[in-house]
Ligand binder design. Structure first.
Ligand code: FAD
Length: 292
């Protein structure tokens, strides 16, 4: 609740950012630079992704989340995936997060690596819900991922929502959504989730499109729909990368404003480590709330 309390007490929609430690390229130094720019924008929290495929750089998630909080005073949230995690390694992982002063964890399954063996018994943990109780027990405030259009492996939205409810039942106390480009789909999902007994705050995740390749990779990975206004923008700026990026940020800002006007519990900006994206989002929201 603390993740949302400050903004709520100021009467504004809580805004958070996602940062990712990509394989090797985001050094702690670079993360500190990006984090310092984020700190100037006073986000509710900054979440730091974790590489599910067993990247060698996973200690970076803990280090960066810890640095954000201890050095920059930002509330951080470390992502933790479980698909490649061995049961005997979870206590050490929990100890690592605690020793680093991390209080918030987003519990995830992670995307199943292409070369992973499949079938029952092949992974110690099959679903995000499998690690949530141990994290809650260890004293973390635990969040989970939500899918406004249903998870890509689950073709029934109500079943996807039932799985989300299981994560809440296991102790997840806040939810962050997958990116989406059509707010109407989010509003419909929110209603259905509420009917299914989801009471945890749902933070809407928004990613500006930056290029045709980036958007098609994301859409194929997570199954988000591309509404016709986005397709038209992609077509209009096909040969003009700079204008396309500007249009992507502009489109995301309009989405954020509309979500804030519809009393969303929180807004999460997939910044792709770009301070200009975070800053554009914040300015749009501040301007919008001043106009209202
Ligand atoms: P789960 O909740 O375990 O769901 C996985 C699938 O299993 C779904 O289809 C679900 O419907 C189904 N399911 C769940 N529980 C049950 C059950 N009990 N019985 C039957 N079926 C069930 N990936 C990373 O690798 N690193 C990250 O840092 C990262 N951060 C993310 C942040 C957000 C906000 C989001 C939305 C996604 C993130 N992802 C990340 C991607 C995520 O790992 C994938 O979407 C993954 O495919 C599913 O993760 P999950 O935690 O939602 O899985």
């Amino acid at each position: 609740d603390e993740l949302f309390a400050r903004a709520a007490s100021q009467g504004t929609t809580p805004v958070s950012f996602e940062m990712f430690p990509p394989k090797g390229e985001l050094t702690l130094e670079r993360a500190r630079e990006v984090g310092s720019r984020f700190a100037e924008l006073s986000p509710g929290f900054v979440s730091v992704t974790y590489s599910a495929g067993g990247s060698t750089n996973n200690a970076a998630t803990t280090q960066i989340a810890s640095m954000l909080t201890r050095e920059l005073g930002i509330t951080s949230c470390a992502h933790q995936t479980c698909i490649s995690l061995h049961r005997e390694d979870l206590p050490a992982k929990i100890a690592e997060l605690r020793a680093a002063g991390i209080e918030n964890v987003l519990a995830l399954r992670g995307d199943v690596p292409a070369d992973a063996p499949t079938g029952p018994g092949c992974a110690d943990y099959r679903y995000a819900m499998d690690i949530i109780p141990a994290l809650v027990e260890a004293g973390f405030c635990v969040g989970a991922a939500a899918y406004p259009e249903g998870h890509i492996e689950c073709d029934d939205l109500d079943r996807s929502i039932a799985h989300l409810k299981l994560k809440q039942d296991c102790g997840a106390s806040f939810l962050v959504t997958q990116l989406f480009f059509d707010n109407e789909l989010f509003y419909r999902f929110r209603e259905r989730a509420e009917r299914a007994g989801i009471t945890a705050p749902i933070t809407a995740g928004i990613m500006p499109f930056m290029g045709k390749q980036q958007i098609s990779r994301m859409v194929f990975m997570c199954g988000a729909s591309l509404p016709s206004p986005v397709i038209k923008l992609l077509a209009r700026y096909e040969d003009d990368a700079e204008s396309l990026r500007a249009a992507g940020i502009e489109y995301a800002c309009r989405q954020l404003e509309d979500l804030a006007a519809h009393d969303v519990d929180g807004l999460h900006v997939y910044t792709m480590n770009r301070a200009d994206v975070a800053s554009a989002a914040m300015s749009a929201l501040r301007q919008d709330s001043a106009n209202r």
